[in-house]
Design a protein around this ligand. Structure first.
Ligand SMILES: Cc1cc2nc3c(=O)[nH]c(=O)nc-3n(C[C@H](O)[C@H](O)[C@H](O)COP(=O)(O)OP(=O)(O)OC[C@H]3O[C@@H](n4cnc5c(N)ncnc54)[C@H](O)[C@@H]3O)c2cc1C
Length: 482
């Protein structure tokens, strides 16, 4: 980067908050998906909306691509820097501006950590519902960009349900406001468009969140089955009975072993474990928990426990939430996959994954949001064994193809980012992708905001829209477009 531009950026954030030495820049070369690495030209750590605007204006004028970064826990390479571009880290912007309990609203900056939102209002009996397993470290800005989910999104909805309004620095530095504190503002739902846009439409600098009153009673039940198939059938049974638990999570043997080794959650050693949480008025929860117990037994549960204390309940969740990271205890390397299927297809896809695992000689652990049909197969491998990493990548891609074949999706909550952009054309037809590109171009005609992510190929905003004309090599079946 030209020295005078670097100086201009330095003047915006102050000497201490610009990172430009090659060693320090390496800290930002990847996010939670470490297979992809790009060292940025500089990292800026602004402290205010005005500073973000100042940086983005310079980028716009000089045509420098930029990537927003929250806590860098993303699992699809969304915060991966773009070559020759800068990273705008929002971690210092962690003020909570307003807590409006009577209207159940909060206004926060993007760098606020997910769990800190709940911490701020729990004393008053409120909580922030979307609870990614990474909630003790990930930022609200990252949650907004990824439309993050979590165990309790089955009942309460994903991040998009809880984001009512946004202040956004657009890719030319303009400040825009989408949505607001009240519901259903007239005009296009631009807050809805922005949530889940993975940093491609600008940078969120303030977020109006909806918070929720803590229910009177919460009960958590553990049910042990011989197989994940039985557990999957119980999930369908619970939903078919008309119940909507706060959470239904599933873990298989490998996931249980890893979580046990890491946090000693005292899970039963079994082939398929369900964690079912019910919340609401005490009388309702007591009656429903008896129904869940009965349905689980009908489908083969051989041990059922209900957490008796808050400490026991917290331990049950600690095990589940630690499961990804705990995988390091049973395998030197693993790929965390994230796909969605209609939940009725659960038993079938779990059998197919088991078969693929046997055919490829690679272990696959399953720990996932069963109620949402949001799978997280973890493909285990050893990088030191030649060819095994590639085989693991192929297997995890095949699992995503199975999800598409079943009418599902290539991602439920981790985003497309860098990792899955080549899969977008397997999921969407060209006119669908074209329409999404038109939205992106309306926000970012110069293609500067996280420009290389999400879409399978970079299309210039001036490029003539319309039907994609395949290359003759594609038509001949010689080449494939990613
Ligand atoms: C152990 C582990 C468990 C996880 N469990 C879950 C889970 O249960 N559910 C789930 O959904 N995810 C989960 N994740 C993934 C990850 O934590 C989430 O995607 C999270 O929302 C990312 O937040 P972040 O602050 O780390 O964002 P980053 O990784 O820094 O960025 C993610 C994306 O957001 C963009 N971005 C960041 N801030 C802004 C902003 N202010 N404005 C615009 N764009 C922005 C970035 O450009 C990037 O595209 C898990 C990750 C780990 C490591």
């Amino acid at each position: 980067m030209q020295p005078q531009i670097l100086e201009e950026l330095r003047a915006i954030v102050g000497e201490r908050w610009i990172v430009s030495s090659p060693e320090e820049l390496r800290t930002y070369e990847c996010d939670g998906l470490t297979n992809f690495r790009v060292v940025p030209s500089a990292v800026l750590l602004p402290d205010s909306t005005e500073q973000v605007q100042g940086i983005v204006r310079v980028c716009h004028r000089e045509r420098i691509p930029f990537v927003a970064r929250g806590a860098g826990t993303g699992l699809s390479g969304g915060a991966l820097p773009v070559a020759g571009g800068i990273v705008i880290g929002l971690a210092r912007m962690k003020r909570i501006f307003e807590v409006d309990l009577p209207n159940a609203r909060m206004i926060v900056e993007p760098g606020v950590i997910n769990l800190d939102v709940t911490a701020r209002v729990s004393g008053a009996g409120f909580f922030y519902a979307p609870d990614p397993s990474s909630q003790s470290v990930c930022s609200i800005g990252g949650n907004v960009a990824e439309n993050s989910g979590g165990a309790h999104c089955l009942k309460y909805g994903f991040t998009t349900t809880h984001v009512l309004g946004l202040e956004v620095v657009l890719p030319d530095g303009t400040l825009a406001h989408f949505g607001g504190k009240t519901l259903d503002a007239p005009g296009y739902d631009l807050a809805g468009v922005f949530v889940g846009s993975e940093g491609t439409l600008g940078i969120a600098t303030k977020i109006i969140l909806r918070i929720v009153k803590r229910p009177e009673r919460i009960q958590t039940l553990l049910a042990a089955f011989h197989t994940t198939n039985e557990a999957g059938a119980a999930v369908s049974g619970i939903i078919a009975a008309g119940m909507l638990p706060a959470a239904i999570e599933m873990m298989d043997t490998l996931a249980i072993q890893a979580a046990e080794a890491a946090v000693h959650a005292n899970y039963p050693a079994c082939g398929g474990l369900l964690l079912v949480e019910l919340d609401g008025p005490a009388a309702e929860v007591e009656s429903l928990i008896a129904n869940v117990d009965a349905i689980c037994r009908e489908h083969g549960a051989w041990e059922i426990r209900v957490a008796q204390t808050e400490t026991e309940r917290a331990l049950v969740w600690k095990g589940r939430k630690a499961a990804f990271a705990a995988m390091g205890r049973v395998s030197p390397n693993y790929i965390v996959q994230d796909g969605v299927i209609p939940r009725t297809a659960l038993p079938q896809i779990l059998s197919e994954i088991e078969q693929l695992s046997a055919e490829n000689g690679l272990r696959v652990a399953n720990v996932f949001h069963a109620g949402d049909g949001n799978l997280h197969p973890l493909v285990l491998y050893d990088r030191r064994i030649p060819g095994q990493e590639k085989a693991a990548e192929k297997l995890s891609e095949r699992i995503l193809e199975l999800c598409i074949e079943k009418g599902g999706s290539i991602t439920g909550e981790h985003g497309v980012g860098e990792e899955k952009k080549h899969m977008m054309s397997k999921m969407y037809a060209e006119p669908d992708l074209e329409t999404m590109q038109r939205v992106r171009c309306a926000f970012d005609p110069l293609n500067l905001s996280n420009p290389t992510k999400v879409f399978p190929r970079t299309r210039l905003c001036g490029e003539k829209p319309g039907e994609y004309v395949p290359h003759p090599l594609e038509t001949a079946g010689i080449a494939e477009r990613f």
